[in-house]
Design a protein. Structure first.
Length: 326
């Protein structure tokens, strides 16, 4: 019996920071490559449009995509244009083209539990809509801190999105400068007064992605998942991978297994005051087998580079090292 190990990653900025990993670049970097020198943090009051202009730099829309399109008979594998196999730069460009105020924050350089031997790998990025920048007095900052503390002590529910806002979390990996998308998740809160029905959102998802493997109503929340095996065959009720292969979302966590292929997952959350209307939609896509293969190949390539480096150091030492004084 073959035993396959499972690879997983959680690309949540706060979690990475708590573990002492390298933080993503500060919001406003906007660089798709992550190779530009650090810039001084902007200051002063600014509108959301001004903040976005500062952070995004030159963005060409529609995005220029060189990665080959999926085959005509292949299952739909994108979230608003972002799909596994895209380069880091392509995905960042598509994300920024999804909204004129969208800012890419990254790259994230930690997440996968692999030995990098000191190499810096771009393991993903996050993106959110720009918000107005307001200079605050020390008194205002203290008041906000006190309000936050009181909310936490009262177990108040705090959301990081408001109506009309959206966010992304994209997982990538590859050799330095060659990173590709493994998974992508997006969350959108519908604008106030423009909430679609739960049924219409579900219908739109099924129209795009086809017949789902799982379609459930969980206490008013609509959960839909499309699962494919590594050969592109849809998992039905009789397939064991139907429930074993999980998707991803805007939180950025992915699980990778050679036994699972493409997994698309969607959560439609209802409004509290009218459960028939959708408050928000979270959609994610990941190709587990391709991601597993990519992570494994990167591990092997990095190890080979390190072995070659060590062998070269030994060779140089045999020619140039000083003899010991005995």
């Amino acid at each position: 019996m073959k035993l396959h190990r499972y690879l997983s990653v959680v690309l949540v900025a706060l979690a990475l920071t708590a573990c002492g990993s390298k933080k993503p670049d500060a919001a406003g970097s906007g660089s798709a490559s992550g190779g530009d020198p650090p810039r001084a943090a902007p200051s002063g009051n600014a509108s959301a449009e001004e903040v976005a202009e500062e952070a995004r730099g030159d963005v060409d829309c529609p995005a220029d995509i060189q990665t080959p399109a999926r085959e005509a008979n292949a299952p739909v594998d994108d979230v608003v244009g972002v799909r596994p196999g895209m380069t880091y730069e392509e995905a960042a460009n598509v994300v920024m083209c999804s909204n004129d105020l969208m800012i890419v924050t990254g790259p994230i350089t930690a997440g996968f539990n692999i030995q990098t031997y000191g190499q810096t790998l771009r393991q993903g990025f996050t993106a959110r809509l720009a918000e107005p920048r307001v200079e605050k007095t020390s008194k205002q900052i203290m008041e906000e801190m006190q309000d936050d503390m009181m909310a936490r002590s009262g177990n108040a529910v705090r959301y990081d999105l408001q109506p009309g806002q959206s966010k992304w979390n994209v997982t990538t990996l590859g050799m330095p400068g060659q990173e590709k998308v493994i998974g992508a998740g997006r969350e959108e809160w519908f604008a106030e007064g423009k909430n679609p029905t739960i049924a219409s959102v579900a219908d739109a998802l099924i129209k795009k992605y086809g017949t789902p493997s799982i379609d459930q109503d969980n206490a008013g929340q609509r959960f839909i998942r499309w699962v494919y095996d590594p050969f592109g065959r849809l998992a039905t009720e009789t397939s064991p991978i139907r429930t074993q292969c999980a998707g991803t979302g805007a939180s950025g966590g992915v699980s990778l297994s050679p036994d699972c292929g493409l997994v698309v997952e969607a959560h439609v959350i209802p409004m509290q005051d009218n459960p028939a209307l959708a408050r928000s939609l979270e959609t994610g896509v990941v190709h587990q087998a391709s991601g597993y293969e990519l992570v494994t190949s990167v591990e092997q390539a990095l190890e080979q580079m390190e072995q070659q480096k060590r062998a070269k150091a030994v060779e140089d030492a045999s020619k140039n090292a000083d003899a010991p004084t005995l």
